[in-house]
Design a protein around this ligand. Structure first.
Ligand SMILES: [Zn+2]
Length: 252
């Protein structure tokens, strides 16, 4: 945690109203940020635009950060009741609050992760089993319609080909390349970026390997707009004997 205005860390931080309360600012998260005591006092009840008048870049950053976490929340707010009404006709269901999820998760002594939160949703007595690995599907897109790259002034810099596939491979395919000799010798596995020349780039877990000939490349999975990886859940509950002699579940 750092001060939003001077980036100081390791100092007590106050909750600062970006638009001061005395001037009609609300307590909503979009109006709150963290500030160290000197910055908080220096800003006092001045509007943020006045306080950061000489620092337009910082002003833009603070305002952008204040709005960022709300985008996801806004999407959920506007779709959840529509989703609920649609499901109403089709499936047996019940709704529960986010507070209940947290209560379920904390009394089962699970750490806060997406997977454990999903496990703890709704009415349940106890969580007896947890997951050890989670499949993460990340949107990667299927390419771009852009046919030119532009320079910083917006003028065309580079023409992109209409063709998507070269030597039977498309950018985004999951491939493995076994290079027998030379500088790039070894096995490289990852997403490929194709070139008309047949000299491909492969994005591996260890970085991008450039200039791999299409001859060495073997297809593992076609790009379908998503990237799939398994993420290990770091914490696994295990049973320990409690002082009373019963069995309780603890998490490392
Ligand atoms: Zn500060």
């Amino acid at each position: 945690m750092r001060c939003a205005y001077c980036a100081a860390s390791g100092t007590p931080l106050n909750i600062d109203h970006i638009h001061p309360r005395s001037r009609g600012g609300t307590d909503r998260i979009s109006n709150l940020t963290l500030a160290c005591v000197p910055c908080n006092e220096a800003k006092s009840n001045r509007p943020i635009k006045e306080f950061l008048a000489g620092k337009p870049k910082l002003l833009a950053t603070v305002l952008a950060q204040a709005n960022a976490p709300l985008r996801g929340a806004a999407a959920v707010q506007s779709t959840r009741w529509a989703l609920w009404r649609e499901l109403d006709a089709r499936l047996p269901k019940h709704v529960a609050s986010g507070g209940r999820t947290k209560w379920n998760r904390t009394r089962n002594r699970l750490p806060k992760t997406h997977a454990f939160d999903a496990l703890a949703v709704g009415k349940l007595d106890a969580i007896t089993e947890t997951v050890s690995a989670v499949l993460v599907a990340r949107c990667t897109g299927r390419g771009t319609h852009t046919r030119t790259r532009t320079d910083k002034h917006g003028f065309p810099r580079l023409r992109l080909p209409r063709q998507k596939r070269y030597f039977a491979y498309a950018t985004g395919d999951l491939v493995t390349a076994v290079v027998p000799t030379g500088k790039k010798q070894g096995t490289h596995t990852g997403r490929v970026a194709v070139r008309a020349t047949g000299s491909f780039n492969i994005t591996t877990a260890h970085g991008i390997v450039q200039g791999i000939s299409h001859r060495h490349v073997r297809l593992l999975q076609r790009a379908d707009g998503y990237a799939y990886t398994f993420k290990q859940e770091s914490c696994r509950p295990y049973a320990v004997a409690s002082p009373e002699g019963g069995i309780s579940t603890a998490v490392t």
